[in-house]
Design a protein around this ligand. Sequence first.
Ligand code: SF4
Length: 469
Amino acid sequence: MLFKTWLLQAGPNDIVIYVHKSKLIPGKSNCFYPYVAYLGMMFFTEDFLQYVWKFRLFERENLQTTTGETIEIFSAGLQNSDSGPDFQNARLRIGDTTWAGNVELHLSSSDWRKHKHTIDNAYNNIILHVVYRDDEPLIMPDGRPVPTLELHERISPDLYNRYHHLVYGNQQIIPCEGSISFVDDVTLRNWLTRVLVERLEKRSAAVIAALNKNRGDWEETFYQFLAAQFGFKTNAVPFELMAKSLPQLTLAKHKNNALQIEAMIFGQAGFLEDDFTNGYPKSLKEEYSFLRKKYGLTPIEKHLWKFLRMRPQNFPTIRLAQFAALAVRSNHLFSKVLEIKDIAGLRKLFTDLEVNPYWENHYRFEAESKLISKSLGQSSIDILLLNTFVLFLFSYGKHNQQEYYINRSLKLLEQLPAEQNNIVTNFDLLGIKVNTAFDSQALLELKNNYCDYKKCLQCGVGNKILRMA
Ligand code: SF4
């Protein structure tokens, strides 16, 4: 279906609106009516009215209630994103009385009744009802009239046009694509920093949940997350399962014996259940058989690993060999992450990892290939730093309320190169400089969680565009 229809009962005659589906706001389409105004020539959601109230972007000269009492606004109040009135703790003077309390907004005053606020005690102490159109008086159940401010004809067409263009325009990449390059650098940078922190805060919730499961053990939690990153997207799950089945403390007990560490990693990954003819996997199997009994280990299923459509260099067998080499080189890696301050030192943890020589001419057990080094490349190392080190420095700082580590995580992002993907390319086309992973990560968050949902009224960039002179 190309068009969706709404019947609006906002004026003297009902109005039917046909909206092309490309104009629907993701996540909002199911509750379009009655949150839309199409009164006169204006077409907007209640969000816009809240935005106008929040920043007092309406004509404030001779402000009066619908019954003619003067209104002076000291504070618009704090916007409430939960249930209940839209703004709390507003401070106003109506007539000769000063009020402190809640403010509710609606496109039409009759929405109060339609939204069933009449029977909801949470709305009993409203000090002002702000509406775009006053189509019926608001009387509380106890007979008390509620002062109403009508904003119709107080919102400038200029502001409305900018909003309309931003949210309902015919854009290809993001809603503000025609204006974002005019936003000053300070505003843009401040906003990108804010969304980047939002991104890290969301992701660090998973770290803290895992930390709690690991009884506050940062080393173990870091080891599990790092393992998942070694699987990159395709084999993240089996890598994580393998790591969870093999505590890093068990590995640390064998830190001086590379073969035993490799045996436990490949064994727990399920790769040592076959019969082998090559000497190396045979030795691994033998070692694993002993260690498996000693620690009561249970391997994961081998079929969980994916090889299909992967470059041989990224085969899970090669990644496991690199992970084993890392475990041989360093244990208690997280304490090193906390200690090492420079990016060169952090990269060095992964540089020239010595995988078992068997892998130099194998991608899988028992299948010989030509001789190629299997060390981790610089871009793979940087992805590990980006997805694990940055996240853990941030999570550690946040959890322990140590700003120092939060700043170090942001600084590390500024030192890492930007990722290359469609989102970065498109922002680049719009004139936004993407120099580092700090920029690319922030833009990823902006695009996926703001632009795609047209949350321009909650966006620092959108806020600036709407108020540009
Ligand atoms: S959310 Fe912000 S950056 Fe994205 S399109 Fe809207 S105004 Fe532009």
